[in-house]
Ligand binder design. Sequence first.
Ligand SMILES: Nc1ncnc2c1ncn2[C@@H]1O[C@H](COP(=O)(O)OP(=O)(O)OP(=O)(O)O)[C@@H](O)[C@H]1O
Ligand SMILES: O=P(O)(O)OC[C@H]1O[C@H](OP(=O)(O)OP(=O)(O)O)[C@H](O)[C@@H]1O
Ligand SMILES: O=C(O)c1cccnc1
Length: 497
Amino acid sequence: MSLTDRTKPTDVSLNTDLYELTMAQGFWESGLVDTQATFNAFFRENPFGGGYAVACGMGQIPDLVENFVFDDEDIDYLASIPAPGGGSMFKPAFLEYLRNHHLDLTIHAVPEGDVVFPREPMVRVQGPLIDCQLIETALLNLVNFQTLVATKTSRVVRAAEGHPVSDFGLRRAQGPDGGLAVARASYIAGASSTSNLLAGKIYGIPVFGTHAHSWVMAFPTELDAFRAFAKSSPKNCVLLLDTYDVHQGIKNAITVAKEMEAAGERLAAIRIDSGDLAKLTKETRKAFDDAGLPYVKISASNDLDEYTIQSLYAQGAPIDSFGVGTKLATCDPQPSLGGVYKLSAVRDSADAPWNPVIKLSEQAYKRTIPGVQHVLRFLDDDHCPVGDMILDDSYTRGDATAATSMEDILDPFSSYGLSGTPRELLTCYVEHGKRVGEPVDIEESRSRCHNALMHLDPAITRFLNPQAYPVGLEQGLAALRRDLAAEERSGSSRVRR
Ligand SMILES: Nc1ncnc2c1ncn2[C@@H]1O[C@H](COP(=O)(O)OP(=O)(O)OP(=O)(O)O)[C@@H](O)[C@H]1O
Ligand SMILES: O=P(O)(O)OC[C@H]1O[C@H](OP(=O)(O)OP(=O)(O)O)[C@H](O)[C@@H]1O
Ligand SMILES: O=C(O)c1cccnc1
């Protein structure tokens, strides 16, 4: 996340909602300083009407946790906030507790780039209740948006059928920070490059660019503009053909391509950014082939998304690469993932047993899953995922892969009768506030994403009416959830184990 990359660490800890701090103060005053909690970040529906999401942002969680400290400046600011009813929002003794407080959190998450499905934890956060609460907003801010962008990009990349897709979205992104997050998540999900130089510098993402219409308009004629660009950037020359008239643009670009050939250079590509992209790219391809310039590639842009790209190929458009901006950066037509962060277990101290907790809702699908959750992903002989099982720590005594099979999934998909080899999905990113292992390599996340999507059933990845990927609760956990819901509804005390 760019905030931890670019700004002083303390800006990270104030990048949160006021109520996290108000609750932290309340927990502290209520004597809950030693209370431990387990929270899960998850979403309830796949974005874009699709059948999966690509987990993203997880690689930046360790930076977030390690940099999450309140320094003197932050404490001064917090001390200055008035309570609406009079006096100060925060008590001096609490602010002293907070000063230079470090988060003692242990965090497991779906490995960045892997696929993730509704209701299962994307991120599991454990540690002091106060610390778990303090990190909520920043953590959701990190994984919700990047997971959404990565999912959107994976769809665009799928539609592009292996042709490069460049992120052109910075100018339409949600602020500078949003633009960086878009570049990072889209690269992990398969974009080949970004136009965003800062993202290139920070994350090492390949950068790509052509020229704007203004370049052409700044010269007396289009031909002058093309010649000047070829002279100035002979090794990465992509000419934009549609400033005035694409047909004239084709002729001018061919003239310049021939001149480049004579000078021992090659026109790399042309770009078309308006009009009927199928018709115009076909005409362009024919003209360049007829002129003996088959190596000149065709790039297309203009409000593209997965559906337009799919349609362009269905129309036989000979497009070699795409620049995708607005609809990728804004995740059109779904601007938010809706990921939530819910408490699922508490205990009085670090060595006490966990007590599972549940949140009820009028809407059954919003009832939470209790417990210290693990996820087992069952893989078939070809390493393709066939279903996920959510299970509670206590049923496995710490070894999540022991004595479990797909038959143990109770609801709602048990009738599939699937089988496979279980793999524990959640991996440890942070232990007691410290990063586990080396910083996440963005290339590793990118290849994990490629691999995960390659192994996912096309019935789940298709855009139209995708099949639901089976995710269910292990029988013991399903029973626990039922019992807890009944107890909470009847008002009896919480199950203590
Ligand atoms: N052959 C095609 N099939 C489907 N959609 C297309 C096709 N050609 C272009 N589009 C898409 O149609 C939308 C509108 O294109 P339109 O031709 O109206 O743009 P334009 O008005 O020419 O461009 P601009 O407003 O940038 O000058 C864009 O999202 C574009 O990607
Ligand atoms: O279309 P997008 O997917 O957002 O890709 C980025 C767009 O940004 C540039 O033009 P800009 O939108 O600034 O102006 P234009 O539409 O008038 O070309 C570029 O020419 C693309 O069209
Ligand atoms: O390099 C380009 O062609 C580009 C970059 C950003 C937005 N539109 C186009």
